[in-house]
Write a new protein. Structure first.
Length: 81
């Protein structure tokens, strides 16, 4: 029985390539500078957010874990199938 030979990258030009639809979206050459920041952008803002969150938690102004889990399950149910 002949042993199967796998292509070596240096020997086969098409090795490691994949096909892509001809109507594929091209990548932008220009860098986006207006990307929104999700969350604090400085250390001071992060610490202020943390302090505010701790105060809310101590005052009982937090979302119960059961509500969070039920919301996740509801969203999952709508998007999973």
């Amino acid at each position: 029985m002949e042993k199967e030979k796998y292509p070596i990258l240096e020997e086969d030009e098409s090795a490691g390539m994949c096909s892509e639809p001809s109507a594929a979206v091209t990548y932008s050459e220009k860098e986006q500078l207006d990307v929104p920041v999700l969350g604090p952008s400085t250390w001071e803002e992060a610490m202020n957010d943390l302090d505010a969150s701790e105060k809310e938690f101590e005052a009982g102004e937090c979302i119960p874990w059961e509500n969070v889990v039920s919301e996740i399950k509801e969203r999952y149910r709508h998007h999973a199938y």
